[in-house]
Every structure is written in C-alpha cells, then in structure tokens.
Design a protein around this ligand. Sequence first.
Ligand SMILES: Nc1nc2c(c(=O)[nH]1)N[C@H]1C(S)=C(S)[C@@H](COP(=O)(O)OP(=O)(O)OC[C@H]3O[C@@H](n4cnc5c(=O)[nH]c(N)nc54)[C@H](O)[C@@H]3O)O[C@H]1N2
Ligand SMILES: Nc1nc2c(c(=O)[nH]1)N[C@H]1C(S)=C(S)[C@@H](COP(=O)(O)OP(=O)(O)OC[C@H]3O[C@@H](n4cnc5c(=O)[nH]c(N)nc54)[C@H](O)[C@@H]3O)O[C@H]1N2
Ligand code: SF4
Ligand SMILES: [Mo]
Length: 782
Amino acid sequence: MNNEARVFEKAPKVAENALDVATTCVLCSHNCGMRVDVENNTIVSVRSDASNPATKGYSCNKGYAIPHYINHRQRVTQPLKRRRNGEFEPISWQQAISEIAEKLNTIRSRYAPRAIALAGIGGQGNHANAFGAVPFMHGIGSPTFFNALAQEKTQHALVDRRLFKGTPDLYMPGDEEFADFALVLGTNPLISNRGINATETIKALAKDANRKMVVVDPRVSETARRADRHLRIKPGQDLYLLLAIGAILVRENLVDREFLANKTHGFADLKVLLENVDIAQMAARCELSVEDIETTAREYGSAQRACISYDLGVEQGPDSTLISYMIRVLALLTGNAGRRGGNPFVQLFSPKLPFNPFMPKALESGIEGIPMFVPLPSFSPNLIPEEIQSSHPDRIRALIVDGANPLASYADTQRFREAFDMLDLLVVIEPAMTETARVADYVLPTPVGYEKWEMSIFPKDKVSLQMRPPVVNGPEEALPEIEIYYRLAREMGVVGPAPKRLASLAKKARSPFGAPSYMAALGSLSALRGGRPGRIVARSAFWLYETLGSTLPNPMLSIIWIMSHGYAATRGDQVKRAFPEMRKVRNPARLGELVFSQLLAHPEGVIVGYLDDDRNFETYCNYRDGKARMFQVDFVQDIKTRLSKMKPEQDTQYPLILNGGMRTGWSANTIVRDPSWRKGKGPHAALLISKEDAESLGVEKGAMVRLSTHRGSIILPSKIDTHSRPGHVHVPNIFDLRYPDAESGELQATGIPINELTDAQDRDPYTGIPNFKRVYCRVEPV
Ligand SMILES: Nc1nc2c(c(=O)[nH]1)N[C@H]1C(S)=C(S)[C@@H](COP(=O)(O)OP(=O)(O)OC[C@H]3O[C@@H](n4cnc5c(=O)[nH]c(N)nc54)[C@H](O)[C@@H]3O)O[C@H]1N2
Ligand SMILES: Nc1nc2c(c(=O)[nH]1)N[C@H]1C(S)=C(S)[C@@H](COP(=O)(O)OP(=O)(O)OC[C@H]3O[C@@H](n4cnc5c(=O)[nH]c(N)nc54)[C@H](O)[C@@H]3O)O[C@H]1N2
Ligand code: SF4
Ligand SMILES: [Mo]
C-alpha cells in the first residue's frame, strides 16, 4: 500500500467570502450562466448572469436551488469500504486505490478487459469526469461503457452516421429561434428549458403572427397551450404522424426538388414507400383528424424555414430510432436539413472527431454501442443487468459508477438489484451517498461541480464554453474524478510515469513554438512504449495530465489545453469567425493558445467559435459526394412491417399508458437530494390522471392510488389533471431518493420509485433506449 503516483494533492483554497463570482447552473442541460455570492464557504445568493454570452441572463426557478446540491446531509467526505455487515468504514486513498486496482487487475487477467464496465459520465453540467474515465477505459481495453445519452439520444447519432456519415460530435436540433414554422414534437420546453433560452424563444415564436408553432403532445402541456395548433396525439403513435406528413409532402409536391437532386440519394425509392401510406389510416392510429394533419404538413412544406424540435416524448417511446429517421427524412424532403431555421447541425467544442467505424456489440442482445459526444461508444444502461447476469465468461464482473444513480434513474430497479448481487466489485465515485452508493463495495468521494474546476459541454448553435473554477471549498479528502482514474491507471500498471523530457517540454508548451514540440513529443513518446492504440491514448492523456497539468492552475486544465489546440487545428475557420483579428494567423498553435487563454480569462463563458451558417449541410455531411443517404433499407423494411399491423398492440391487464417521468418545475433528475428545495403547493410527486379516468376508476380528488405494471406496484397520491388525455397518466421525474429525517436521521422516501415499475427489456431494438414514455399500467384507488 505504498502507491505514490499522484498529481493533484489538494486544491488551493478559494476565498471563503466572495461576491459576484461567475459560475453555471448544473441542474439541467441548458447550463445557464450564474453569479453567486459566497459567505463562510457557502453560496448565500444566486442570480442569473447577463454576461454569459450563451445564456445572456436567462434562468429558471430551479437555478436558485444550487446550494441544495452542494450542502446536504448525505455528502461523502472520505473513501468508504463496505464491511461484511453492510456498514461502511472510512479508509485512506492509498488503501482504496490499491485494493480496487488489485481487484480490477485480477478480473482483467482472469477473464477479459470487457468484464470491467463503467456507467455514468452523464450529468447535466459536470463533464470533466470524462477526461479521466475515457482514457482509463481505453487504457484497460474495455468497450463496456454505459452512458446516460444512450437512454435518450444515441438513436440520433446512429441515424446521422448512416444518413450523413455524421461524426460523433454532431447534433441536429430544431432551430426554433429562426424558424417560420416549428413542429414541436414530444417536448415541453417551457418547463424543461430544452433548446436555447426556451421560454423567450417559444414565447417569441408564439407571439409572432407571421410564424407558426404546432405542438404534438398527448397532454395539453404548458407549451401546447401557446401553440397555434395542438395535435393531441394518442401516446406512442408519432411515427405514423410523421409518415402521414411525409406522404402529404410527396403527394402534394411540397418537396424541395433542387435540394433532393443535389444533396440526397434514394428519394425515388423512399417516394414509393411514402406514396403507399394511407393517410386516413395514420390519422386514425394517431386519433387525429386528417384535416389537421394535412394543414400541418402543408404549413411545414411551404414555410420558408421550418424546424422539427424533439425530445423525450418521442425519444423514450416506441419506434424511437425510426422516429429519429423520419424527422431527418422530413427535413431532407423540404430542404430544411443542415440549415438555420430548419434543423441545422450543431457541434461540440472538440477537435473534429473522426468517423469511427467501430461499433462494439453487447454480449447478450448484440445491441451496438454508439459513438456520441464521448470518444468511446455508448451502450444503453438498459443492457447492464443482462450483461452482468450473462453466462458468457466475459460477462461484467466489476462496475464503476461515476455521475449516475442507476438504482434510481435506470429502468428496472429490481433487476438492477439482482444483477448487482452478482458483481465481484462495485465502485461508486460520488459526492453524495446515493441509493447506488449504499450498495457499493467502495464509495470514492469527489467534489460537487462547484468545488472543482468543471465544464459544461452540451452543443449549441455557436461554440460557446464555460470553464468554471471552483467557487467554494469541498471536503478535504474529495478528489476530482480524473485524479482518481489517474491513480488507478498508475497503480494497475496501465500507464507508467511520464518521461522526464516531457516534463521539461511542458514548461514551454504555452508558447506558439513550444506547443507543437510538446505535442509531438507527447505523441511519439507515448507511441514508442508500444501496445494497443487504446493503451497509447491512455498514456498520452495521463502523461499530459501529469506533466503539463502540473504547470496549470489545475491539472485537469491540461485536457482543455489539448482540446483547444485540437479544436483550433481542425476548426480554425470557426475560431477566426469569433476572433476576426486572427484572420491572417497561419500557425494553428497560436489559435489554440488563444482559445485556451480566452477560456481561462472568462469564467463567465466565452464564444470561441461560430459555425459556418451558409454551408452548414456541406460542412457536416461527410459523404464524398456530399449527399445524404435517405433510403435506409432496414429502417424502411421495419416501417413497412409496422404499417402492415393494423392495430397497435394493447395490454388488456394494463390498459393505461404511463408517462414515467415528466419534467416539472421541481424536478432535476437525481441531482438534488434534499427535498426541501421544492417550494409551493404539494404533493410534488403525484400521479396525474384525467377527470374521465378518475371518474371511471372511482379515484377521488387527491386520493391515494395503486399504480401497477407487470414489473411492480407502488402506492402514491394522485392529482386530477384537466390537461391529461384520457387513458394517459403521468408521474414526474421526481425519483425516490432516500433522505435522512431531520430528527430521527432515518432515511425517508422523497419521491416516486418510478423505475420499480419499468422493464429493462421494454426498449428500442436498435439502441436499447427505454420506453419510459410508454409504460403499460393500471390504476386503482386504495
Ligand atoms: N424542470 C426540469 N427540466 C429538465 C429536467 C428536469 O429534470 N426538470 N431534465 C432535463 C433532461 S435530463 C431532459 S432529457 C430534458 C427533457 O425535456 P422534455 O422532453 O421537454 O421533457 P418531458 O417532460 O419529458 O416532456 C416530454 C413531453 O412529451 C410528452 N409526451 C409523452 N408521451 C408522448 C408521446 O407519445 N408523443 C408525444 N408527441 N409526446 C409525448 C409529454 O406529455 C411531455 O409534455 O429536460 C431537461 N430539463
Ligand atoms: N423512469 C424514468 N427514468 C429516467 C428518466 C425518466 O424520465 N423516467 N429520465 C432519464 C434521463 S433523460 C436522464 S438524463 C437520467 C439521468 O440520470 P443519471 O444518469 O443517473 O444522472 P443524474 O440524475 O444527473 O445524476 C446522477 C448522480 O451524479 C451525481 N453527481 C453530481 N455531481 C457530480 C459530480 O461532479 N461528479 C460525480 N462523479 N457525480 C456527480 C449525483 O449526486 C447523482 O447521484 O435519468 C433517466 N431516467
Ligand atoms: S435548471 Fe433552470 S437555471 Fe438551471 S440550467 Fe436549467 S434552465 Fe438554467
Ligand atoms: Mo436527460
């Protein structure tokens, strides 16, 4: 137990009292710029930050709850090891690292690297853990990575790969801000803040008589109430609506012939499919009128710039991959793909990532890991239990959880519990003692996203980034994730110490000539030691962290440094659009250093690149001939099969459809544990049921009900909701996080254990993404 390798010992203390410090809200993916005041190492005041160039003073009610995420009664302050009797004992970092490293090495050599899995690296605004986790997984040679994106969004990456040869750094959102017509499909941005400054954007769209918004949602959502037209679709039928719209576009010749001819392949074949779609039959499936669908299709097809916005309502329901495909087909048919005001491509702050042809397969289902955002393909968390319970010798035996709470937020809690029992090792890297941490073998404390250098990286329509320094001091013993992975990799022998020459070159790396020679040496020295490409990747990343990292305000910034250089080298045109004075600069190292120093100089955020709006499609469609591949044989075949089934499936025992996790003003996944952050009239965690259903089932106002699915049954309060569609019930994504009672200290339920009711097998066949929005259920009064 004499592991000595370390880069980060202890962070320099930040001021315990400070005014107006710039930071970010991490409670949802919008990541609003915030300003905070700190007194005695505690955030005492929070307000939105007008100087953040991306969010410009925007925020919502939830942003004020940041302090509840930091200060609560379940912080992990020391490395913990679970004893046989189930209790945790504090141990030293040395002991934790050496015991975990030894166990991982045993599993790696006795079975296979892939028997070591990682789940997490999601989160809404703390993404620096990826900088350690990704090289670590490459280093040990395991592809077994489960990421939160693969429970909602990897279908888009899969479809973009196929249609556009899209690289993993892309996303294709609806551009509501510049659209004349917006089809808002399965999302409620007025509550979820999905998009760009959603409340302002949606309100502006709704107010403008020359622009139109059509909302497709079974519920009369807050956004639907603002719509020019609300298509109150039957849940789970969106694929048929999109097919009907496509059919009308083709039939009425509302397609962009020129775009189709110049930018696409396969229209002729796709046309045959769409011409055969029976519009009346689609309308019947959706329980919408033919007239409403026709008007919508005509408006979409004839608007100057028309977008389709989408989120969980169509991402976590049946046919989520086919729906993603049809959204892109409609955008291509009308020339709105890759275009402002339509569905443009947007991109991460990162070097232009290569098209990665590698898609590893899961052992049991054969479902593929899909590259998206993170330079490691992502498997759906839904596959975890079966990959642990598999009889294959390479099955998962060790799981590292970092930035996720699987026992609350992954489908099928019961199955997860059973699977976790079969693990040889469960390690949880967490600031909080979560449901998952409580069953772990080791819990490793990490600072929250306000106690360490952090970043948020969700792609926007410009490349804006906010590198945030800590604003308060965390627990003495908590270590940033990257340091934990570094120590593990060193202790496991996955990487050795960095060569001395690198350390001396690192001292000059911040100059235009020092940067290229440092990077060249880093690359060649890492390669020289040999091994698999993944091993070389790990070596470069951890040596970078060790050498350049030691010269920076925080070692984690070394990764940002190399990303800045990679970004400037591959996307220099974007940087020059943001900094026109650099137009004539030829040396990419000067641009890279500029990006990096701008990031350090602007803790409130800075725009480091503008996309080429005039050539959006051309920039991101990577096929040699520049044409999208519209016709995808297997998707089309699958659509035909769905169309040939006359009636959607129905479960007579469970006749209602549960939306298992709607966003409300008081939900933030599992990020805030202390329930006292929720204000206003409760109960916040209740089942929403229509008046019609309540009457027919005999559920009285505010009554307790039993909600059952074929996986389980729970009792919870109900609320009669005039906005819900009969047959459709909702629970908010206020999960059952157990929080200690102020007096007794006993853990109390604080929300709804939704995933006791969901089934890990109820998922999309292409991606494994769960159908959280279409859970067959039954409701009874109790
Ligand atoms: N307040 C708050 N904001 C959040 C979060 C949070 O926890 N709280 N979480 C963040 C995260 S992680 C995410 S992924 C986003 C999600 O953001 P959204 O997807 O906008 O949020 P949801 O409430 O899931 O909204 C989905 C909408 O889909 C509708 N819907 C349900 N079933 C169907 C269907 O079959 N078809 C159609 N067309 N619509 C359907 C629902 O009625 C609901 O209005 O929100 C982010 N923002
Ligand atoms: N039934 C149902 N399930 C759902 C959903 C639903 O609508 N219905 N929504 C799904 C969606 S869209 C999402 S995005 C997921 C989110 O679910 P998860 O992927 O589990 O992510 P979070 O809830 O954001 O946070 C997980 C953990 O990260 C920890 N954490 C916070 N900050 C840090 C940090 O700096 N470092 C580390 N290492 N950990 C940190 C928190 O304490 C928390 O325990 O839930 C999904 N699950
Ligand atoms: S929760 Fe609200 S304040 Fe926080 S990032 Fe999201 S929209 Fe902004
Ligand atoms: Mo999400």
